[in-house]
Design a protein around this ligand. Structure first.
Ligand code: NAD
Ligand code: UDP
Length: 335
């Protein structure tokens, strides 16, 4: 089958492209390189021995999108990764986020309708859940985003639900990712944020290579087992395979609209991550405790049961795998 990946040269898209190719599908990628590099295409080819068809285009450009569908009229499904994802930046430049993250989806739906392409997988996020005292988070828990980035995900979910209601034969899978970390075992693909990272694992990796001095741990007085924040970290390759499970389901049946968490169901604290990283990679990461980061919550982890039951999705990688592969990629790509 032909599968179109928007944002397919980014962190999650590139790992998913490898799995889509390995599953025997023909892969087409659209990416405007706003947060990725063209070298990723060569790396996907090096790993899979197959080169995806690539369009350097903006998904917000409906003419470009129409051209892609015209040249590839039999696309079975679209996996829509393209978007901006930095929470802090979204608070400073909300319009940039609303434009990119919403217009891209609207354009895709319009062009897919025109070309009779009826399967859509959307990169949603755990951030769409309202703050909850109850963990693990289940798909039917109350929703409520707390920043513009989160709201773009929530609005996208709502737009897609409205669209699906109006077009019952259109299939949509909303995948709510928890915290993807780790890298491809080849060391060729990984997460490569510009500037000083905001997220925990990229920051730790830069401390380990000496690019940053030490990790600041935001808060040690949360109501968690060791006082530091708890999250559900999922290996990027496991996450990528979740998309294949969603595709398989779409190949088997008309799914209508389905929502799945992609997480492991296990919460790890910041100290768990640092200690495991230091255990598997050598004692490389020094840390200090500092004040809580505004907007952070104590705990967030998924119930993975629905994805397991309905998609047969089960993660296989350990926290050690995540820490080892993240550092391997960072060493290979140190600037
Ligand atoms: P990423 O920035 O690495 O990848 C996004 C890719 O999309 C980049 O290659 C970028 O160049 C491209 N892109 C952005 N806007 C585009 C446009 N208008 N047209 C064409 N290409 C465009 O991000 P990622 O971590 O791979 O995330 C992928 C998706 O998953 C995003 O929608 C993100 O919001 C979502 N998500 C990510 C996380 C996470 O922690 N990484 C968690 C939950 C959800
Ligand atoms: N964190 C930290 N120092 C950092 C970056 C993150 O202590 O430099 C903590 C953060 O407070 C949270 C966890 O690590 O408890 C995961 O943060 P990240 O930004 O990676 O993910 P998110 O909070 O968006 O789930």
């Amino acid at each position: 089958m032909k599968i179109l990946l928007t944002g397919g040269l980014g962190y999650i898209g590139s790992h998913t492209a490898v799995e889509v190719i390995n599953a025997g599908h023909e892969t087409i990628i659209i990416d405007n390189l706003s947060n990725s590099k063209i070298e990723v295409l060569e790396k996907i080819e090096k790993i899979t021995k197959k080169r995806p068809k690539f369009y350097q285009e903006d998904v917000c450009d409906i003419n470009a999108l129409t051209k892609v569908f015209k040249e590839n009229p039999d696309i079975f499904a679209v996996i829509h990764f393209a978007g901006f994802k930095a929470v802090g930046e979204s608070c400073k430049e909300p319009l940039k986020y609303y434009k990119n993250n919403l217009i891209s989806t609207l354009n895709l739906l319009e062009v897919m309708e025109k070309f009779n392409c009826k399967n859509f997988i959307f990169s949603s996020s755990a951030t769409v859940y309202a703050v909850s005292e109850i963990m693990p988070l289940e798909e039917d828990f109350p929703l409520g985003a707390s920043n513009p980035y989160g709201r773009t995900k929530l609005f996208n979910e709502e737009i897609l639900e409205d669209y699906q209601n109006a077009h019952p034969d259109f299939n949509i899978v909303l995948l709510r990712y928890f915290n993807p970390i780790g890298a491809h075992e080849s060391g060729l693909l990984g997460e490569d944020p510009n500037g000083i990272p905001n997220n925990l694992m990229p920051y730790i990796c830069k401390v380990a290579t000496g690019e940053l001095d030490h990790l600041n741990i935001f808060g040690k007085d949360y109501n968690t087992k060791d006082g530091t924040g708890v999250r559900d970290y999922i290996h990027i390759v496991d996450l990528a395979k979740g998309h294949i499970k969603a595709l398989e389901k779409m190949l088997e049946e008309n799914v209508g609209l389905k929502i799945y968490n992609l997480g492991t169901g296990t919460g790890y604290s910041v100290l768990d991550i640092v200690n495991t990283f230091n255990k598997v990679n050598g004692n490389l990461v020094k840390y200090e405790f500092v004040a809580r980061r505004p907007g952070d919550i104590a705990m967030c982890y998924a119930s993975p049961s629905k994805a397991e039951k309905e998609l047969g999705f089960k993660t296989t990688k350990t926290l050690e795998d995540m820490c080892r592969s993240s550092y391997l990629y960072q060493k290979n790509n140190k600037k």
